[in-house]
Design a protein around this ligand. Structure first.
Ligand SMILES: CC(C)(COP(=O)(O)OP(=O)(O)OC[C@H]1O[C@@H](n2cnc3c(N)ncnc32)[C@H](O)[C@@H]1OP(=O)(O)O)[C@@H](O)C(=O)NCCC(=O)NCCS
Length: 173
């Protein structure tokens, strides 16, 4: 799937090293639930064993169009035919590429994929209220806050609230 700045493409076991490195980087994972640590081998096996992309779980690697570098991932998951609603997660693991418009373009491209290809009606996500850059990007492409989840994210001993945000078909900017 082609954006202005990025290409979204399927991921495979060859991406394990990058994914493991991103997931092990505290700065990248600052506002993300990181779960328990995985080894490189476990990440490789997860990528190898996951079923092929399908309606209820689409995982894309984000590549910079001009140079073909893998810089992050975006995932549409949990889609239900009954509601036409899916959740979206995104992160850029390569910090040198932050602040250059890539996440904005990847969001637009992934949402376009969701609405046009998957015929979704709604895409939703959650974001820690303190994650100002991500929140800004989501608002910029058209997501709106639909609720506030109190103290449901914990980092370094402190509790943080999260916004739930949603984007309806026709609202993508
Ligand atoms: C958050 C993240 C996705 C943003 O990616 P990015 O490629 O740097 O985003 P873009 O360059 O497209 O846009 C960043 C925007 O946020 C703005 N921004 C950056 N830091 C900000 C801050 N502290 N407060 C408010 N806005 C901020 C920039 O000015 C820019 O807006 P503009 O285009 O209107 O000028 C990326 O930094 C990331 O993956 N971080 C770690 C993981 C993460 O937090 N993922 C999201 C979890 S919900």
């Amino acid at each position: 799937m082609l954006g202005d700045l990025v290409i979204l493409r399927a991921m495979d076991a060859g991406d394990a090293e990058a994914l493991w490195r991103w997931n092990s980087d505290p700065e990248v994972m600052r506002w993300l639930s990181d779960g328990y640590p995985d080894t490189r081998e476990q990440v490789r096996k997860w990528l190898e064993d996951r079923p092929r992309n399908a309606y209820d779980d689409v995982l894309f690697g984000i590549e910079v169009r001009s140079e073909g570098t893998l810089i992050g991932l975006v995932r549409l998951h949990g889609a239900k035919a009954e509601t036409g609603c899916s959740e979206l997660d995104i992160y850029l693991g390569e910090k040198g590429f932050w602040g250059r418009g890539y996440a904005t373009d990847a969001m637009r491209t992934a949402c376009r994929y969701g609405f046009e290809k998957m015929r979704l009606h709604k895409i939703k996500l959650t974001v820690v209220t303190e994650n100002h850059a991500a929140h800004h990007v989501y608002r910029k492409v058209g997501f709106v806050e639909e609720g506030r989840l109190r103290q449901c994210f914990r980092r370094d001993g402190d509790w943080y609230d999260m916004f739930t945000m949603g984007l309806l078909e026709g609202e993508l900017r």
